[in-house]
Design a protein. Structure first.
Length: 191
């Protein structure tokens, strides 16, 4: 029986999430990709993760009680999405990070399938995301996972801005679906 499952993140998980990010930072740097290289952004990232966890927007994949991946499902970022995009018609995937030891098992793609299932359950036709404008490798990954490039925005205060979307009914790994475990914050707090 597989030990891997997905659950909502809980308070206290943010340190494990930062560990995933720091591992990704090192891998990105070794790959010559200029993303998340400024350690000064870690503090604000932790604050944001804590807020997303409390709001029930962040999910983690666990394998034998070790967090191996994360994704945050949120609303539109109005630095990028315009009224003519019908911003409320999508679930927005953010902070998708997988551990390097999971490379090759479609974990990132399965998380995107999870986002599609959540969009479908909410009656929304799209999953959308933004990624760093200079990270062409990540852009190719999203294109290979069925996303279409919408456009690239370049606000001066943001390094992200490559916008992609995928129909919510596109499920690329149906036989490798992540098993969702219920971990409501209220039941964990009362335990």
């Amino acid at each position: 029986m597989p030990t891997e499952h997905i659950r909502q993140a809980l308070p206290g998980d943010e340190l494990s999430l930062m560990g995933l990010r720091e591992e990704a930072e090192k891998w990105l740097a070794a790959s010559g990709i200029d993303q998340w290289r400024d350690p000064a952004t870690r503090g604000p990232a932790l604050v944001k993760w804590r807020a997303d966890i409390v709001a029930g927007r962040t999910w983690v994949v666990e394998d034998q009680d070790t967090i191996t991946a994360t994704i945050t499902l949120t609303g539109p970022d109005f630095d990028f999405w315009r009224p003519e995009d019908d911003p409320q018609s999508a679930v927005y995937a953010a902070k998708l990070i997988t551990t390097r030891s999971a490379a090759g098992n479609h974990l990132g793609g399965r998380l995107l399938d999870f986002a599609c299932r959540k969009a479908q359950a909410a009656g929304l036709p799209w999953v959308r995301l933004d990624c760093w404008r200079d990270n062409e490798r990540l852009q190719r990954f999203y294109l290979q996972e069925g996303f279409q490039h919408v456009r690239t925005e370049a606000p001066r205060h943001r390094k992200s801005g490559w916008l992609g979307q995928r129909p919510a009914n596109v499920i690329r790994y149906p036989s490798e679906q992540l098993h969702e475990v219920d971990t409501h914050l209220s039941s964990k707090r009362s335990a």
